[in-house]
Design a protein around this ligand. Structure first.
Ligand code: NDP
Ligand code: BG6
Length: 480
C-alpha cells in the first residue's frame, strides 16, 4: 500500500517512544515505496536537522534498520524544529510551510503528540492558536496514552482538544488495538458463527484477560510511580480488550459502528466493588536466572511508594448477553513470564452421561485460549476419550499458530500509523469511550489501597486467586 504524501510532525521526537517505536515504524512503512512522507521532529531540546538525523540513524540501527538506503532516507526526509516549552508555535507553523514547499507537499499533516501526558493540553492549545488545526490538505492529531488521570482530567483534555480540532481529526492511541491478534478478535468472533453462537451467558462461565509482563519498570519509574497498573494498563489496554470480547455485533465494520458497540459495553459494566480489586507491588525476586530489584529500589521511584505494579479486578456486566458471567482483568510487571492471553471458559455439560453421575463428573471445562503475544495464536481445549476401556477423558488442545500460518506479523505502530494516514479511526479510542472507561475506574484510582507484596518472578499476590471465587482453583490464563 502506498501512503498518501504528507508531513508527519512528531512533537516529542527526542523521547523513548519516538526512537524505539515510531521512527522504526515509519521507516518500515516507507521502505519499499516512493511516497513522499516527510518527518519533522519537534521538541524543546537544542538540536538541528543534522544532529537529529545522526541520532535517528543510531535509533534505526538499534532497531535493525541499517544500510545506505536508510541513511539516505534520514538525510532526505528528516527535519527537526526546536519549540518553546510554553511559548507560541508560530515559528513551528512557518517551518512547516517552508518544509512543505521544499518537498512539494500539498498540506496533509499528522501531528503526533509523543509527549509527557502533562504536556498534552498546552501543546494542543499552542497548535490550535498557531492555526495548525487546519491546513490546505487534511490535518490529523494523534494523542498518546494515558488520556487523563481520571474522569475530570480526561473531560478537560477532551474539551481542550475539541476547542481546536473536530473529533473526526482525532486519533487517541491505544497501541494494543494495533496488534494483529487484537484486530483478529473481531474477525474471529464475527466471521465464525460457530463461536459467536456460544458467546453468551448460556454457554460461557467466565472470561479472563491477563497481560503479564516479565520486565520491571526499567527507566520509566518517574512516569510509572504516578500512574501504576490501573492507569498504565487496566484503564486502557485491558479494558479495550474487554470491549472487543464483550461487544455486540456491529451493524457494519465501520469505525463508528464498532466504537458505538464498545461504548455500550463500558456503559453496561457495574460500578466496581473495592472487594473485587487486588493490587500488588513487586519486591526483589528472580525471573529465570536474573535477579530483579524491588520496585521501590527502581530509579525515580519513591522509597516508600505504594504504587501498584499489579492489579486484578472482577467486573460484572449488566447486559442481556453477559449477565452473571464474571470478567477478570489481571496485569502485572516483573511477573514470571510475558504473556497476553484471553481465556473464555465454557460451561460444563448439565448432566454427565458418560460417567452416569448427575453433576460435576467432568472436572475440566472447555476453554478457548486466545494468545495475543508472544506465540500468537489460539487453542481450544476440549475433552476426548482415551483409547481403551478405562473410561478416562483427556483434555486436548486444538491449536492454531500465527507464525506457523503466516510467518512474521506487522508491528502495532505500523498498522496504526498507516490507519492515521488513511483516515481510518476504527482502531482509535473515541472521546466518549475514554470518558466511559474513566467513569468506571475513577473511584478505584482515587481509593487508597495498600498493595500486596509479591516477589518478582511470581504470578502476583496469592490474594488475586481468591477473586475467582470458591469454586475456581486457578486462573485459566497463566495459572498461579
Ligand atoms: P519521554 O519522556 O522519553 O519523551 C518525551 C518527549 O517529549 C521528549 O522528546 C521531550 O523532549 C519532549 N518534551 C517534553 N516536554 C516538552 C514540551 N513542553 N514541549 C515539547 N516537547 C516536550 O517519553 P516517552 O517517549 O516514553 O513517552 C511519550 C508518550 O508516549 C507518553 O505519553 C507515554 O505515556 C506514551 N507511551 C510511551 C511508551 C514507551 O514505550 N515509551 C509506550 C506507550 C505509550 P525535550 O525534553 O527535549 O523537549
Ligand atoms: C505501555 C505501558 O502502554 O504498554 C507500558 O505504558 C507497558 O508500561 C506497555 O510495558 C506494554 O506494551 P506491549 O506491547 O509490550 O505489551
Amino acid at each position: 500500500m502506498s501512503l498518501t504524501p504528507h508531513l508527519f510532525v512528531v512533537v516529542g521526537a527526542t523521547g523513548d517512544l519516538f526512537s524505539r517505536k515510531l521512527l522504526p515504524a515509519i521507516r518500515s512503512l516507507v521502505a519499499d515505496q516512493d511516497s513522499q512522507v516527510v518527518v519533522l521532529g519537534v521538541a524543546t531540546g537544542d538540536l538541528n536537522d543534522e544532529s537529529f538525523r545522526a541520532t535517528s540513524r543510531l535509533d534505526l540501527e538499534a532497531a535493525g534498520a541499517t544500510g545506505p538506503d536508510t541513511d539516505k532516507w534520514c538525510d532526505d526526509f528528516l527535519h527537526y524544529e526546536q519549540i518553546p516549552k510554553e511559548g507560541d508555535y508560530s515559528a513551528l507553523a512557518d517551518r512547516i510551510e517552508e518544509i512543505e514547499r521544499e518537498h512539494g507537499l500539498s498540506g496533509n499533516r499528522v501531528f503526533y503528540l509523543a509527549l509527557p501526558p502533562s504536556v498534552f493540553p498546552i501543546a494542543i492549545e499552542r497548535l490550535g492558536e498557531a492555526g495548525l488545526a487546519q491546513s490546505p490538505g487534511w490535518t490529523r492529531l494523534v494523542i498518546e496514552k494515558p488520556f487523563g488521570r481520571e474522569l475530570e482530567s480526561a473531560r478537560e483534555l477532551n474539551s481542550v482538544v475539541h476547542r481546536h480540532f473536530d473529533e473526526s481529526q482525532v486519533y487517541r492511541i491505544d497501541h494494543y488495538l494495533g496488534k494483529e491478534t487484537v484486530q483478529n478478535l473481531l474477525v474471529f468472533r464475527f466471521t465464525n458463527p460457530i463461536f459467536e453462537a456460544s458467546w453468551n451467558r448460556d454457554r460461557v462461565e467466565r472470561v479472563e484477560i491477563t497481560v503479564a509482563e516479565s520486565l520491571g519498570v526499567g527507566e520509566r519509574g518517574g512516569y510509572y510511580d504516578r500512574a501504576g497498573a490501573l492507569r498504565d494498563m487496566i484503564q486502557n489496554h485491558l479494558t479495550q480488550l474487554l470491549t472487543l470480547v464483550a461487544m455486540e455485533t456491529p451493524v457494519t465494520f465501520a469505525a463508528d459502528a464498532i466504537r458505538d458497540e464498545k461504548v455500550k459495553v463500558l456503559r453496561s459494566i457495574r460500578g466496581i466493588n473495592p472487594d473485587d480489586v487486588v493490587l500488588g507491588q513487586y519486591g526483589e525476586g528472580r525471573i529465570g536466572t536474573e535477579l530483579i530489584g524491588a520496585y521501590r529500589d527502581a530509579a525515580d521511584v519513591a522509597a516508600d511508594s505504594d504504587t501498584a505494579t499489579f492489579a486484578a479486578i472482577r467486573l460484572d456486566l449488566d447486559s442481556w448477553r453477559w449477565q452473571g458471567v464474571p470478567f477478570f482483568l489481571r496485569t502485572g510487571k516483573a511477573m514470571k513470564e510475558r504473556t497476553t492471553q484471553i481465556a473464555v471458559t465454557f460451561r460444563r455439560p448439565p448432566i454427565c452421561l458418560i460417567h452416569g453421575k448427575s453433576d460435576g463428573c467432568i472436572e475440566h471445562s472447555d476453554v478457548l485460549h486466545l494468545t495475543l503475544q508472544p506465540d500468537e495464536g489460539f487453542s481450544l481445549e476440549i475433552e476426548v476419550k482415551e483409547p481403551g476401556d478405562s473410561g478416562r477423558l483427556r483434555t486436548i488442545p486444538l491449536h492454531f499458530s500465527y507464525s506457523e500460518a503466516f510467518g512474521d506479523i506487522p508491528e502495532a505502530y505500523e498498522t496504526l500509523l498507516a490507519d492515521v494516514v488513511e483516515g481510518d479511526q476504527t482502531l482509535f479510542v473515541r472521546s466518549d469511550e475514554v470518558e466511559e472507561a474513566w467513569r468506571l475506574y475513577t473511584p478505584i484510582v482515587e481509593t487508597p489501597f495498600g498493595p500486596h507484596p509479591y516477589p518478582a518472578g511470581s504470578w502476583g499476590p496469592e490474594a488475586a486467586r481468591d477473586l475467582l471465587g470458591p469454586d475456581v482453583t486457578n486462573w485459566a490464563t497463566a495459572p498461579q
